[in-house]
Design a protein around this ligand. Structure first.
Ligand SMILES: CCCCCCCCCCCC(=O)SCCNC(=O)CCNC(=O)[C@H](O)C(C)(C)COP(=O)(O)OP(=O)(O)OC[C@H]1O[C@@H](n2cnc3c(N)ncnc32)[C@H](O)[C@@H]1OP(=O)(O)O
Ligand SMILES: Cc1cc2nc3c(=O)[nH]c(=O)nc-3n(C[C@H](O)[C@H](O)[C@H](O)COP(=O)(O)OP(=O)(O)OC[C@H]3O[C@@H](n4cnc5c(N)ncnc54)[C@H](O)[C@@H]3O)c2cc1C
Length: 631
């Protein structure tokens, strides 16, 4: 059957709430979300098996993004769909995949890595998987409270299986972290299997329908063939066959970090759509005293808050796609046994995931604040988008921890440059910086890109010099590294920003040759705005590390303000072009028709506190006080 997914899903009545989710209890929210999750899963399975086919690939509001409207919060099957299956597909052997990746599988899975005691430092994970050659099984065990798994989405009540990250022991030797498939609940009764202690972790800032859970194993046995064996094997006699690269087990984290960049672009486009449309409807204060009140979008300071959000959404969409293609290329190489590009991909994914999540959460919050008091209403949907987005700063690799991974990569290349050894072309600017081959500053996108590279070189040099100084003073490497870590993260952050500017500008210039002249002008304005915004934000760094002058900065400021004025007439068109349906946006402030105040009143009328003219608490608590004091 050919279907138009949007219409099909919009017409499934059980997917759309009459009562806003905020009025439900924690338990009711989950139950409501899981009901919807299985309806969505059924549609996804029908799509997968070809029983129904999508006809509306054109819009971003396809079956994936429309989920944001259905759940408003998070699909409890997010990890089942997003991480469980993809990890099996990437890390299980061909035979395992044939057995487990069945469209009618009974498994509802999750990805179980983090423990109460360890999230970032995964080598410190304490759950063990000990091979018992007499029975050909692994014994999964949680030795102490800190080893309890904690956080996995869908684990609390929903999952009956999981991929567990545990330390592999064979004959008393620890071989480090490996991934194991474990059934944890009975497929029929859903009761935890013997030796399994599992539950939900309680309310959080957001993600409240994600069903995050805890899990402990009491000597729980699984077959040997349940270790994911594409890259590494344990044979029947206990022989350990090493992987070609010892970080291949971390592949799921790498892939999720890459996909997250595009997801964050989408969250930014939602926030920008709400705030820009609202700013076109909202009027507050005249600009000239004899004029009527103006649309708040006409205030240049408001444009400064919002247009960078539109531009950043485009940046992360473009860079997300660029990273996705790199990931595809590197994965194909790894498949051929060539691991050469993996360190670079890891370094890029780490800093770009860190910066994209930090930018996205800061800009979503900026959009919320730009909507004044009404942005504080849950019905604006901005608080929910913020709660969802800010979680990404922590999960799948915490911000600072990931920046420090990229710093390792930068320091390696700085060392090569400092020792006058050959450098890859993309780090040739390190050598230029050392030789003081500084370009004359140009107030253009290309000039800003060069300026950002000078900042990367200057900050990497500063961090490297501090590191060396600490080492010369007799510190151990790890201690010296910790002492330099503020400077190291600064260098990484600068590297990410320089990549974002360069990739976005180059891709935009290329794209501009393929679209109409009028569209090309707007796209280039957005790209230029992004570069100017960050050049001005980082003008202190540019003064320190590049040849920019005070006059250049003043000229940049003027051009930036000119760009705000040029983009203003297209602002609403630009967010309309994100093409996000009202049902997905779920916002009283951001709907396409601009009926902001009417929608706010309609939503307020849904409050259970408006059901009775006089709430019963009046009789219990208020009346005893008020009845005595008649006026
Ligand atoms: C639309 C979707 C929505 C999706 C929506 C998603 C919803 C929520 C999902 C949340 C799911 C989760 O959070 S799942 C849990 C995610 N957890 C994490 O991300 C934990 C973060 N921690 C880590 O990744 C790791 O522990 C590290 C990288 C920080 C450190 O690991 P380590 O094992 O101690 O590393 P170490 O021995 O120091 O060695 C570091 C060396 O390994 C290399 N290395 C480290 N990791 C990797 C890697 N992945 N790939 C290649 N290489 C790597 C480094 O370059 C470095 O090389 P060299 O420099 O030595 O050469
Ligand atoms: C909404 C949400 C969903 C999640 N879903 C899952 C899931 O499905 N499966 C799963 O396994 N996990 C999941 N997680 C867990 C998540 O991956 C971890 O919380 C994350 O990796 C960070 O680890 P941590 O909580 O231990 O933080 P910590 O590592 O304890 O970080 C705390 C602070 O210490 C600092 N720090 C730590 N180490 C260093 C260092 N080496 N150098 C400098 N500073 C350091 C950090 O920068 C941070 O400021 C989820 C988390 C959240 C919030």
């Amino acid at each position: 059957m050919m279907i138009h997914t949007n219409n099909y899903i919009l017409n499934i009545k059980e997917l759309w709430d009459d009562v806003p989710e905020e009025y439900l209890s924690h338990k009711e929210r989950y139950e409501n979300a899981i009901k919807k999750a299985f309806i969505v899963l059924k549609v996804l399975r029908q799509l997968h098996t070809g029983n129904i086919q999508i006809t509306d690939h054109r819009t971003p509001t396809n079956v994936y993004s429309i989920q944001d409207g259905i759940f408003r919060n998070v699909n409890p099957l997010l990890i089942h769909i997003g991480l469980f299956w993809s990890t099996i597909a990437a890390q299980a052997s061909t035979e395992q995949q044939a057995e487990w990746l069945q469209p009618d599988s009974s498994m509802i899975g999750t990805y179980v890595q983090t423990e109460l005691g360890h999230g970032s430092f995964i080598r410190g994970i304490e759950t063990t998987a000990t091979y018992d050659s007499t029975t050909d099984e692994f014994i999964l065990h949680t030795p102490r409270l800190s080893a309890y798994k904690w956080w996995p989405g869908g684990l609390g009540n929903t999952a009956n299986a999981c991929l567990v990250m545990a330390q592999l022991y064979i004959n008393g030797t620890c071989h480090g972290l490996h991934i194991f498939l474990a059934q944890i609940r009975d497929f029929d009764t859903h009761k935890p299997l013997p030796g399994i202690k599992v539950g939900e972790i309680g309310p959080k800032m957001g993600f409240n329908t994600a069903d995050n859970g805890f899990l402990g194993f009491d000597n729980h046995r699984i077959p040997r063939t349940n270790m994911l064996m594409k890259n590494v094997q344990v044979l029947r006699d206990g022989t350990y066959v090493k992987p070609k690269h010892d970080k291949l087990t971390y592949g799921s984290m790498l892939l999720t970090r890459v996909t997250l960049i595009s997801d964050l672009a989408y969250q930014l486009s939602k926030a920008a759509t709400i705030a820009v449309r609202y700013s076109a409807v909202r009027r507050q204060s005249p600009i000239k005293s004899n004029e009527p009140e103006r649309q708040i979008l006409d205030f240049v300071s408001q444009q400064h808050k919002l247009f960078i959000t539109i531009a950043s959404s485009h940046v992360y969409r473009v860079v997300g796609l660029w990273m996705w293609n790199s990931h595809k290329r590197v994965t194909a190489d790894i498949h051929e046994g060539n691991m050469g590009q993996l360190p670079e991909l890891h370094a890029l994914a780490c800093c770009l995931k860190a910066i994209s999540s930090r930018d996205a959460s800061a800009l979503v919050e900026q959009c919320r604040l730009a909507c004044g008091g009404h942005g504080y209403m849950m019905a604006s949907n901005l608080p929910q988008i913020y709660a969802y987005t800010t979680a990404a700063v922590t999960y799948e690799g915490e911000y600072t921890v990931l920046l420090l991974q990229t710093a390792r990569y930068l320091v390696k290349f700085w060392r090569l440059a400092a020792e006058h050894k050959p450098l890859p072309q993309n780090f040739a600017y390190f050598e230029d910086y050392i030789k003081k081959n500084f370009e004359q500053w140009r107030n253009s996108p290309e000039g800003i890109i060069e300026g950002f590279k000078a900042i990367v070189a200057g900050k990497t040099k500063a961090a490297y010099d501090t590191l060396q100084c600490n080492l010369r003073n007799g510190r151990e490497f790890e201690e010296a590294w910790n002492m330099a870590s503020v400077q190291l993260t600064n260098a990484s952050e600068a590297y990410a920003r320089s990549l974002l500017c360069e990739v976005f500008w180059k891709e935009t210039v290329q794209l501009s040759t393929k679209v109409s002249k009028s569209l090309a002008i707007v796209l280039e304005q957005l790209a230029e705005l992004y570069l100017m915004y960050w050049a001005l934000e980082k003008h202190g760094d540019l003064l320190l590390y590049s040849t920019i002058s005070r006059n250049d900065i003043e000229a940049l400021q003027s051009r930036y303000e000119e760009l705000l004025a040029l983009i203003r007439p297209n602002a609403v068109g630009l967010v309309d072009a994100f093409d996000i349906r009202d049902e997905v946006l779920c916002s009283t402030l951001g709907a396409y028709d601009g009926r902001v105040y009417e929608r706010m009143m309609e939503e307020a009328s849904k409050s259970p506190l408006n059901e009775d003219v006089v709430n019963e608490s009046f009789h219990k608590y208020i009346r005893p006080v008020t009845m005595k004091n008649k006026l």
